[in-house]
Ligand binder design. Structure first.
Ligand SMILES: Nc1ncnc2c1ncn2[C@@H]1O[C@H](COP(=O)(O)OP(=O)(O)OP(=O)(O)O)[C@@H](O)[C@H]1O
Ligand SMILES: [Mg+2]
Length: 255
């Protein structure tokens, strides 16, 4: 693995993924991720049926696509969705050429698709905020849910997503004891991700994990942001959460 540096912000999703994979207890929460090529996309679609294709240095969910392969009675069909637009194809080649046109020369990744839990029939995932405290301890300071807009495949607020509390989103999926355990588990996962990232990037001060839950409530780390939006936590009723996030952000000079 590469050497340690003092960068505070890391843009490349691929670089951040590579920093996390050496830690086995974190790696088991990262969906299989590869750089896109004609062959790697075909292989991963065959393996997983549904994958996400995303820019290595994207933000706000822009350029993210959901790609699917279905073998039905009429043969194998391919489809992908970018924004609200869905396109279907009879051949892999035709679909790849169409995707390739959107991608152009940019570096793109493919990730095993996670079937996100739903709330009111919309997909949701979670943002886990981890920050360095003024006394230089790492603390998971907040967890909030992000619900995708209708007919969207991304949950980002900049793409019409809605912020809701963890409790609201998980209530319909499991009981109070399991919810509490999951919440604590996510806080611990946030801390171990921060510890691991620091072994490679000594300058980071805060992280925002995008975490998907599958049907078994297993957490999958979709992405780790090094400049997470602190203001989304204003939406929570418990004002102490945002106040601490703001206070920590100020202390390390982000705000
Ligand atoms: N492997 C995946 N399985 C299911 N959904 C995914 C997957 N990858 C991404 N998504 C959905 O797409 C959204 C955007 O993807 P991602 O967070 O990787 O990029 P981004 O949001 O553009 O980057 P940033 O968070 O830095 O702005 C996720 O929040 C999630 O809703
Ligand atoms: Mg994201």
């Amino acid at each position: 693995m590469g050497k340690r540096n003092n960068q505070r912000y890391i843009v490349s999703k691929w670089a951040k993924t590579k920093a996390l994979l050496p830690n086995r207890s974190i790696a088991k929460h990262i969906p299989d991720t590869r750089v896109i090529t004609r062959n790697s996309l075909q292989d991963m679609l065959y393996q997983y049926g549904m994958v996400y294709v995303k820019p290595d240095n994207g933000t706000y969910g822009n350029g993210v696509m959901r790609v699917e392969r279905d073998s039905g009675p009429g043969g194998i069909r391919y489809r992908y969705q970018a924004g609200t637009r869905v396109r279907t194809f009879n051949s892999y080649e035709a679909m790849y050429n169409s995707i390739k046109k959107l991608i152009g020369k940019r570096k793109y990744l493919i990730q095993k698709g996670i079937h996100l839990l739903k709330y009111n029939n919309r997909r949701f995932d979670l943002r886990v905020m981890v920050q360095q405290s003024p006394s230089k301890r790492w603390v998971t300071t907040g967890i909030i849910g992000r619900v995708a807009a209708k007919r969207k495949v991304v949950t980002n607020v900049h793409n019409g997503g809605t912020l809701l509390p963890f409790e609201t989103l998980l209530k319909g999926h499991t009981g109070a004891a399991r919810r509490r355990g999951l919440f604590q588990g996510l806080k611990r996962l946030g801390l171990s991700v921060a510890e691991q990232m620091k072994t490679r990037y000594a300058g980071i001060k805060e992280l925002g994990l995008d975490v998907a839950l599958d049907r078994k409530l297993y957490p999958w780390i979709l992405e780790v942001n090094t400049a997470p939006d602190p203001f989304i936590f204003k939406k929570l009723k418990d004002k102490r959460i945002y106040r601490r996030i703001y206070h920590y952000s100020k202390a390390y000079g982000r705000l």
